[in-house]
Design a protein around this ligand. Structure first.
Ligand SMILES: *[C@@H]1O[C@H](CO)[C@@H](O)[C@H](O)[C@H]1NC(C)=O
Ligand SMILES: *[C@@H]1O[C@H](CO)[C@@H](O)[C@H](O)[C@H]1NC(C)=O
Ligand SMILES: *[C@@H]1O[C@H](CO)[C@@H](O)[C@H](O)[C@H]1NC(C)=O
Ligand SMILES: *[C@@H]1O[C@H](CO)[C@@H](O)[C@H](O)[C@H]1NC(C)=O
Ligand SMILES: *[C@@H]1O[C@H](CO)[C@@H](O)[C@H](O)[C@H]1NC(C)=O
Ligand SMILES: *[C@@H]1O[C@H](CO)[C@@H](O)[C@H](O)[C@H]1NC(C)=O
Ligand SMILES: *[C@@H]1O[C@H](CO)[C@@H](O)[C@H](O)[C@H]1NC(C)=O
Length: 573
């Protein structure tokens, strides 16, 4: 974490984990209402191009643990420039620290509504020797601030030490012996490359924002020290960590580059847009910013009130607001930031299906939607399930997907749980509640709720379900798969020889995912529990695809010497 220059006192802080909620050229601080110059990875609520404090606090969820903190936090995204294109470097969201620091830390004031700031310099490509403010001969009424006196660096009347502002942003290779550097230097990092960004903690007390960031200033030692007389108001010390999994790039035939085109790391920066519930923030600063609890949110009652450990799951990454590719491997960095081979493209479309903030859909019991009546929420425990029929798990679960899954299998009841689980049943006896207090948004539609931990939301069909068989015809689709037909397969000369596995939970979907993940366009199921992958099939001449899948008895998984062949859509064979 930090290099602590002075350690006589235990420093108090709290630490919060955040998932990613949006990735794209969005920056309501520096480019409000416009498409930003480079891609950011954003944590917090799903922000739009012009989000304000009022937008943030009314957002339905945040990807950070403390739900009363709807602040947005963002940094550039990291890519790896291969000769053939820019490969995304994955990360696990970010960790945000709120620390009680500074000479004046017992007088910390909350970030006010509308407050925002940036730390770091997007344009910098070399180390700048500019330093923090260095005061001289300040009279602290004769009292010697303890941390400086103890370290021997300061006596009243002496110069307050300053520090290069460029040190606010550092990189640390996790799992290696390399030291922290202000730039990209050590890049073989088994535990990831951790970027560490310190924010200014001194405020002029007047301006919520100034484009040149002169409304704020760093403390004299950046992570500690004194505020300059021009910025006497002490904020809590905000600190970001983002760990980029640099070693996940297998073929390192080029170099790392941030989304702003920076290959040095000196241009690393981060943004903070306050979205705190002011009551909660004020109480947390008062009770927890100066009490050392090892950083645990659990030890801070005002924060625990709205903490959820599943925040990144409950509020997962939303569809891209800007309709351009930012994940996977890109031919150019959006905004044409790195490279000679990039010709400017027309401004991308703003995705109308991902506006912010979204309104949530909270049905009341006995209300009917699309031929399903909502019964309510009830407790559900593993080993003693409320609904005992078929079940499935899908990270993109919605109410509609689960309802269809159950009615296709002849079940009139569909229950959603833990954001992504679907259970079916024929009857239910339980006491229901209308409370959504502990519920989670659905993985596949963040305006709907899909139960919670040990909490199932149950719907009942108003029309009798009709059990069907999948597939019923050539050309039928199931998720991202399309049915091509039934092909002959023989042991001595496999039709889809490239990869395979077999198990007792085989379904069309599980085989399709396996072949897609293995890089093959065709997935074939055989003899109930085998999955075979490959690139092409000559003809479909078998009529023996009549065996149900071991993992789901309404799905067909080939037969003896017969493969049910599905194409992974978006691939070509
Ligand atoms: C940011 O870096 C650029 C390029 O080195 C420099 O011109 C500019 O003054 C810096 N901005 C600040 C606020 O230090
Ligand atoms: C500063 O240090 C002195 C002597 O160690 C101690 O008595 C005093 O309580 C400390 N003051 C603060 C504000 O921590
Ligand atoms: C780190 O240092 C130790 C002891 O000097 C050495 O054994 C180890 O190989 C080093 N690890 C790396 C990744 O350089
Ligand atoms: C300490 O902080 C308070 C509130 O943030 C401010 O009013 C005061 O001027 C600060 N004192 C010094 C010596 O900076
Ligand atoms: C802020 O949090 C407090 C305490 O949790 C709560 O009572 C209040 O309703 C919240 N205010 C808003 C605007 O959400
Ligand atoms: C998400 O759910 C809402 C509320 O049920 C619905 O109106 C909307 O159409 C759904 N969105 C998608 C993309 O299915
Ligand atoms: C295996 O099957 C392929 C395609 O049906 C055919 O072209 C090939 O000749 C066969 N190989 C053997 C050894 O039978």
């Amino acid at each position: 974490m930090l290099i602590l220059l002075f350690l006589p006192l235990a420093y108090a802080f709290w630490r919060m984990d955040c998932g990613n909620v949006q990735t794209g050229r969005i920056d309501p601080i520096l480019s409000p209402g416009q498409i930003a110059s480079h891609v950011h990875k954003i944590s917090g609520p799903n922000i739009g191009l012009s989000s304000t404090y009022d937008d943030l606090i009314s957002a339905p969820c945040t990807s950070c643990e403390i739900q009363d903190d709807k602040s947005a936090y963002w940094t550039p995204k990291l890519y790896y420039a291969h000769p053939s294109g820019f490969e995304e470097v994955i990360d696990n969201g970010m960790t945000i620290y709120y620390m009680g620091r500074g000479f004046n830390r017992t007088n910390i004031v909350p970030f006010p509504p509308g407050f925002r700031m940036v730390s770091g310099n997007n344009s910098a490509r070399t180390y700048s020797s500019d330093r923090t403010w260095a005061g001289d001969g300040l009279d602290f009424s004769g009292s010697c601030p303890n941390y400086t006196c103890t370290s021997g660096n300061f006596t009243p009347g002496n110069t307050i030490p300053s520090r290069p502002i460029a040190d606010a942003s550092t990189f640390k290779c996790v799992g290696g012996n390399a030291t922290e550097t202000p730039n990209l230097q050590y890049l073989d990092c088994p535990g990831g490359l951790r970027t560490q960004l310190q924010f200014p903690s001194c405020w002029d007390g007047v301006n919520l924002y100034k484009p040149d960031q002169s409304h704020v200033a760093h403390m004299s030692e950046i992570d500690n020290g004194f505020c300059p007389p021009s910025h006497p108001i002490q904020f809590v010390h905000l600190f970001f960590e983002v760990t980029y999994q640099v070693n996940s790039i297998a073929n390192q035939d080029g170099h790392f580059v941030f989304s702003n085109g920076d290959t040095t790391g000196y241009g690393f920066h981060g943004d903070f847009l306050n979205g705190w519930n002011m009551t909660t923030q004020t109480a947390a600063l008062k009770n927890c910013a100066n009490t050392d609890n090892g950083g645990l949110i659990q030890a801070c009652p005002p924060l625990m009130l709205s903490r959820t450990a599943q925040s990144s799951f409950n509020c997962p990454e939303q569809p891209p607001l800007i309709d351009e590719q930012v994940h996977g491997t890109l031919t150019a960095l959006p905004g044409c930031n790195a490279g000679t081979s990039c010709s400017p493209t027309p401004a991308p479309r703003i995705n109308p299906t991902s506006s912010s903030p979204q309104t949530t859909f909270l049905p009341q019991s006995d209300q009917t939607y699309n031929n399903w009546v909502y019964l309510g929420n009830t407790q559900d425990l593993q080993g003693n399930r409320v609904l005992q029929g078929a079940s499935t798990v899908n990270n993109h679960m919605t109410n509609e997907l689960c309802q269809k899954y159950c009615s296709d299998r002849g079940f009139p009841l569909a229950g959603l749980e833990f954001s992504r689980e679907c259970y079916c049943g024929s009857d239910v006896s339980a006491s229901f509640t209308d409370s959504w207090e502990f519920s989670m948004v659905c993985g596949g539609n963040h305006t709907q709720f899909c139960g919670g931990r040990n909490l199932i939301s149950i719907w009942k069909s108003t029309i009798p379900p009709v059990r069907r068989t999948i597939p019923s015809a050539v050309g039928e689709t199931l998720g991202n798969l399309q049915y091509l037909g039934c092909a002959v397969d023989i042991v001595s000369n496999r039709t889809l020889p490239s990869a395979n596995y077999a198990d007792n939970s085989m379904t069309i979907e599980s085989c399709g995912s396996f072949c897609a993940a293995s890089g093959f366009p065709l997935a074939g199921m055989e003899y109930s529990r085998e999955c075979w992958c490959g690139n092409n099939v000559g003809s479909f001449e078998s009529s023996s695809c009549t065996m149900a899948c071991y993992g789901d008895d309404i799905e067909m998984c080939g037969g003896p010497n017969a493969l049910s062949v599905w194409q992974v859509q978006g691939s070509t064979s």
